[in-house]
Ligand binder design. Structure first.
Ligand code: FPP
Length: 241
């Protein structure tokens, strides 16, 4: 057990330390990336989905146990129907890919968010993906139809239904979609925006935040390596000294 990352002779990251267990990504900038190339936003999302797979693979390679990605927020329904349909069909396709490749993958997929408003077909595929990967060791949380305020409100409502009167932080934590997962150590947001946009608000209490101007479809392993190096330059005090 070591909290120090391991680098090779050329200073390339080989493995993160044991204290960096969970990285979460806000995959922003697909639309701008496509626009800059005179292409449709849908094309940006298609390229974004490819990069998502590469980044998840890289995180596994450097020993990250938990990865969470923000794929679709409860607010994303406000986008034009055509774009929403495209993101939904990309997600369906990706989930299908998981069925085909799941025995090669070492990730256990979990969907976090509400099922309200999702198609029956998609829900069925999500549940099957969770089932076929359930024995895999690494966790990939895909935040789909996710909003942190909705998550917290529904956690409170479940506690009320169970008859709780005085609630503790642990009670709330246990009702979140991420209940079985440690809080993110590092949250990376691409495309220059420096906000959380209703993503993991409770869980991010002590997360290190890393913002990069790189647009999501341009994100490469080297960028994740930079975020990890920055993480190790910071001292986490959790409110202490
Ligand atoms: C943000 O870019 C991206 C999204 C709202 C969708 C994220 C979806 C993917 C990366 C593809 C599918 C995901 C998986 C898990 C297969 P934006 O559209 O807000 O970009 P912009 O800010 O430049 O307009």
């Amino acid at each position: 057990m070591s909290n120090s990352p391991v680098y090779d002779g050329n200073g390339k990251l080989i493995k993160v330390g044991d204290d960096l267990r969970h990285i979460a990504f806000i995959m922003d900038g697909n639309g701008r990336w496509a626009k800059a190339r005179g292409r449709s936003r849908a094309y940006g999302h298609t390229e974004g989905a490819k990069v998502f797979e590469k980044i998840v693979d890289y995180c596994g390679k450097i020993g990250i146990k938990y990865v969470t990605v923000y794929a679709f927020s409860t607010e994303n329904w406000k986008r034009p129907k055509r774009e929403v349909d495209k993101i939904m069909s990309l997600l369906e396709r990706y989930i299908e890919r998981l069925f085909e490749r799941y025995s090669e993958y070492d990730v256990r997929v979990k969907f976090i968010g509400t099922k309200d408003g999702l198609s029956e077909k998609l829900i069925e595929k999500m549940e099957r993906a969770e089932k076929v990967t359930e024995k895999n060791p690494r966790i990939l949380n895909i935040a789909l139809n996710y909003g942190s305020r909705e998550e917290i409100v529904s956690a409170f409502n479940r506690l009320i239904q169970k008859g709780y009167v005085n609630i503790t932080e642990e009670d709330i934590q246990k009702e979140l979609y991420t209940a079985s997962c440690p809080d993110p150590d590092l949250i990376v947001r691409t495309a220059g925006e420096e906000r959380l946009s209703n993503f993991l608000l409770w869980q991010a209490a002590y997360s290190e935040l890393y913002f990069t101007d790189t647009l999501w479809p341009d994100l490469a392993a080297e960028d994740v390596e930079r975020a990890v190096s920055e993480y190790y330059r910071r001292t986490r005090r959790y409110g202490g000294l």
